[in-house]
Ligand binder design. Structure first.
Ligand code: GUN
Length: 277
């Protein structure tokens, strides 16, 4: 029977640890404050932003919200980022993605001071991660590493297969698994023999973006399966990139959707907000 990796419980424990840490730092007069910028009113983004602000409030991290209209120009957004970069009270800056089409996200990410880039998206942080330096690390892959650690799942010497090569999940995930001395393969839409490669994995990370694509044909018996996907089905229930019911009997441990990787993303954002306190 597979172990269910309870991301919700681990995230709650981490948030409580951070709450105590923030209380201690407050006694020394040290405070964290996250600036959260949303451009336009994409409903999914509004939910994510709301959850991030709620987590800040729970832990005792300040948050300042900037809800800008969809017509905001790239220049106006850049000017706001410049102001926040220069403001000593603001210790973290997060620009919720996606941005409206007339704004170039790469330019925006580069404008955020790497020292306040709590998402870990700035090329300086991405580069530092790839050469093993201390830096802000993208929250979802960092959360997956934390889950593996707290469940005593060793990465050293393991065959790790990551499906998906996004800048936010796939690539930093590969870097972290490599840092954990795993043997890492990154698969993507042009990969041939995807099933065969996945079937070699001791640790399989699915970040494909296709509901229930990963079934038993992709999974080696005894593998650890990490599901990054989140999709709303027609019956309004949530599912991941992994066909949970089909894969679960086969694997040694698996993250459910919801309640697996998702809650860890916000917990790691909060950890990043506290990093330099
Ligand atoms: N949009 C979807 N995921 C993320 C994230 O982790 N950070 C930001 N800033 N935007 C997102």
């Amino acid at each position: 029977m597979a172990i269910l990796i309870d991301g919700k419980a681990v995230a709650a424990a981490i948030k409580d640890e951070l709450k105590s840490f923030v209380e201690e730092k407050a006694k020394e007069g040290k405070h964290a404050c996250l600036a959260v910028i949303q451009v336009g009113n994409d409903p999914a983004s509004s939910v994510y932003v709301g959850n991030k602000k709620k987590a800040c409030a729970y832990i005792g991290i300040g948050s300042e919200s900037f809800e800008l209209p969809g017509e905001t120009t790239e220049n106006e957004l850049m000017e706001l980022i410049d102001r926040l970069n220069a403001d000593d009270k603001i210790t973290g800056i997060l620009v919720q993605l996606p941005l409206p089409r007339h704004i170039d996200p790469d330019k925006v990410i580069r404008r955020i001071s790497p020292a306040k880039d709590v998402d870990g998206f700035h090329p300086m942080n991405v580069g530092a991660l790839s050469i093993g330096e201390d830096c802000f690390v993208s929250c979802t892959p960092q959360g997956i590493m934390e889950l593996l650690k707290r469940y005593d799942i060793e990465t050293e010497g393991k065959e790790c297969v990551v499906i998906g090569r996004s800048n936010i999940v796939g690539k930093p995930m590969a870097m972290l698994l490599l840092r954990g001395n795993g043997t890492v393969t990154v698969c993507h839409s042009k990969t041939r023999d995807l099933k065969e490669i996945c079937k070699r994995a001791d640790i399989l990370v699915a970040a494909v973006g296709r509901p229930k694509m990963i079934d038993h044909e992709y999974v080696k018996p005894g593998a650890v399966v990490i599901d990054v996907g989140i999709h709303r089905m027609e019956n309004s229930k949530l599912c991941g990139d992994v066909d949970f019911d089909d894969v679960m009997p086969l694997c040694s441990a698996i993250t459910p959707v919801p309640g697996g990787v998702g809650p860890m993303t916000i917990a790691m954002l909060m950890k990043n907000c506290c990093k330099n306190l």
